[in-house]
Design a protein around this ligand. Sequence first.
Ligand SMILES: Cc1cc2nc3c(=O)[nH]c(=O)nc-3n(C[C@H](O)[C@H](O)[C@H](O)COP(=O)(O)OP(=O)(O)OC[C@H]3O[C@@H](n4cnc5c(N)ncnc54)[C@H](O)[C@@H]3O)c2cc1C
Length: 222
Amino acid sequence: MSLKNVELTLKIKGKAVETKFGEMIFTHFGVSGPIVLDMSRTLVESIRPALEKAVQSHNPFQKALHVPEGAELSLNLKPALSLEQLTARLQRDFYTGGKKFYASILKDLLPASLIPVMIDLSGIPRDKAGNQISKKERDYLVQLLTNLPMTVSGLRSFTEAIVTSGGVSLKEVDPRTMESKLVKGLYFAGEVLDLDAKTGGYNLQAAFSTGYLAGVNAASKT
Ligand SMILES: Cc1cc2nc3c(=O)[nH]c(=O)nc-3n(C[C@H](O)[C@H](O)[C@H](O)COP(=O)(O)OP(=O)(O)OC[C@H]3O[C@@H](n4cnc5c(N)ncnc54)[C@H](O)[C@@H]3O)c2cc1C
């Protein structure tokens, strides 16, 4: 299921370290999509010492990497509304919904596949009439809609990585030619360099640009 215009916050040991707004996807294995991919880099940096230990006993080509420290995501499904606005909207929906079932009122608020999840988490029976939903239940639903917590249990395996961070240090490469400053006649391009960017075409652009420079300059030397 793909979600647009949502806000995702990464928390490490309860402390918010990054918030991103945009698109994300619920997949069969967990979460993915642009804001999740971008955020995974921050997660890796935030828990690097613990990860480095875990990596030593990890086969990157076989399994997903367990995240050894408390990392959590918090999803705001309604970032365009303040808490007061969302509360007022629910009050209105439940009131005007009258005897309509809770599950049916949620249809105006959430994508279909999220409705059973939200019913489960909120603990409000699916067939409860809108006008019977208490303030306590409504407040809890507001909390879930704006702060849906997810525990990060692991990272996907290296074989599924979109881009690798790390590689040949840029300090050791001449940016005009992509030639190594240490070994004459050796040229680098693309992922092998310690160069990565967020999703959106920047990594391909980096590979094309450095590839062009390395190719032209290597050819002109021979
Ligand atoms: C699923 C996925 C989606 C992506 N989506 C995007 C995106 O939307 N936008 C974006 O900007 N970037 C995206 N990327 C990242 C982008 O594709 C890479 O950053 C870019 O392709 C790197 O180019 P490269 O030439 O350095 O490396 P690669 O494209 O990995 O090319 C390396 C080549 O070397 C070959 N090779 C490896 N070892 C040897 C060997 N020993 N001998 C001979 N050949 C060898 C490999 O087979 C491969 O063909 C995505 C990556 C993945 C995996």
